[in-house]
Ligand binder design. Structure first.
Ligand SMILES: Cc1cc2nc3c(=O)[nH]c(=O)nc-3n(C[C@H](O)[C@H](O)[C@H](O)COP(=O)(O)OP(=O)(O)OC[C@H]3O[C@@H](n4cnc5c(N)ncnc54)[C@H](O)[C@@H]3O)c2cc1C
Length: 270
């Protein structure tokens, strides 16, 4: 109905509400500092702890828990989004007359649509170096203006960003830090759909059916034996390579032809 775009914060709030009606308890602002392993593991927060039969770690790029099992596989990339000032009817007609939501099929992709009050909302990966975006509006403006030269100089009213976890082979990283401590992470910019699939698979595993969880846990992942910061630099180099390679003139020199369609196909997973 909306070209496969949705309001992800509304989705998150609605799902939290639905979970609470089923008896789940949500504790915000309770950062887990470490997990004590045992037949019943203890999850220790800044101000308390919970002892439990099973733990599922799903904190993605925002923590460094259980690095023995999780370290070296996931690297944070900063993804950003912004919205400009509202457009006039003539500007809307010029850039998006059918009110479509768009994402392109490049490896490092851009995606955009109009908000209800006709602001172009434009998102992209701003950097893969592991450092957070400091000024999302400034970092996204060149890509937005390349796509829509008609909007050159328009004011950017809102910008926001966060880290997502990138996995080298783009397959979610799934496994166990101990028999009763599972983890799912790493959606490489595509977590809105994938988190729901992986959460269902993890829920099945926690209630006794481990078939699909074990299938994902068996996937071999590249794990870099360096600190996250250095791994991020290597990843940034790789992403830069693909960004260059997608320019036809360079791709002929740099990459065997077969590699380009594969990268494009990865970039267009819905
Ligand atoms: C700007 C932007 C645009 C994006 N656009 C898209 C898109 O168009 N389509 C798409 O599919 N995906 C998109 N993504 C990616 C998607 O948002 C992520 O892949 C997805 O949110 C990952 O879900 P998650 O639940 O694994 O992790 P997160 O959503 O990162 O949630 C992790 C949670 O764990 C909590 N946490 C972390 N550490 C701790 C700790 N120590 N103790 C307690 N809690 C902790 C965090 O507070 C957070 O609530 C985008 C991401 C960004 C930032």
């Amino acid at each position: 109905m909306r070209n496969m775009h949705l309001h992800s914060l509304d989705l998150c709030l609605g799902e939290a509400r639905a979970a609470e009606t089923l008896g789940a308890k949500v504790f915000e602002n309770s950062k887990v500092m470490h997990i004590e392993h045992g037949p019943r593991s203890r999850v220790v927060t800044e101000s308390g702890s919970v002892q439990t039969d099973q733990v599922l770690i799903a904190g993605n790029a925002l923590h460094l828990l259980e690095q023995k099992a999780l370290g070296g596989a996931l690297f944070p990339a900063s993804l950003a989004n912004m919205a400009t000032a509202p457009l006039s009817a003539a500007q809307v007609e010029a850039i998006n007359p059918h009110n479509l939501a768009v994402y392109d099929c490049r490896f490092v992709l851009d995606y955009y649509r109009l908000t209800a009050d006709k602001r172009p909302m434009f998102g992209s990966g701003t950097n893969y170096s592991g450092r957070p975006t400091t000024d999302g509006a400034a970092e996204l403006r060149p890509a937005m203006e390349r796509t829509f030269p008609q909007l050159k100089g328009i004011s950017i009213d809102y910008a926001w960003n966060c880290s997502d976890g990138i996995i080298a082979n783009r397959i979610p990283h799934v496994g166990r830090a101990a028999a009763n401590i599972m983890f799912i992470q790493g959606y490489s910019g595509r977590g809105i759909g994938l988190t729901h699939i992986m959460a269902e698979i993890a829920a099945q595993a926690m209630t006794g059916d481990t078939k699909e969880f074990d299938l994902f846990a068996g996937v071999k992942h590249l794990k870099l034996p360096f600190a996250r910061s250095f791994g991020s630099q290597i990843q940034a180099f790789g992403m830069g390579f693909y960004a260059l390679a997608r320019h036809a003139s360079l791709s002929a020199v740099l990459v065997p032809k077969a590699v380009i369609p594969t990268a494009a196909a990865n970039g267009s997973i819905v």
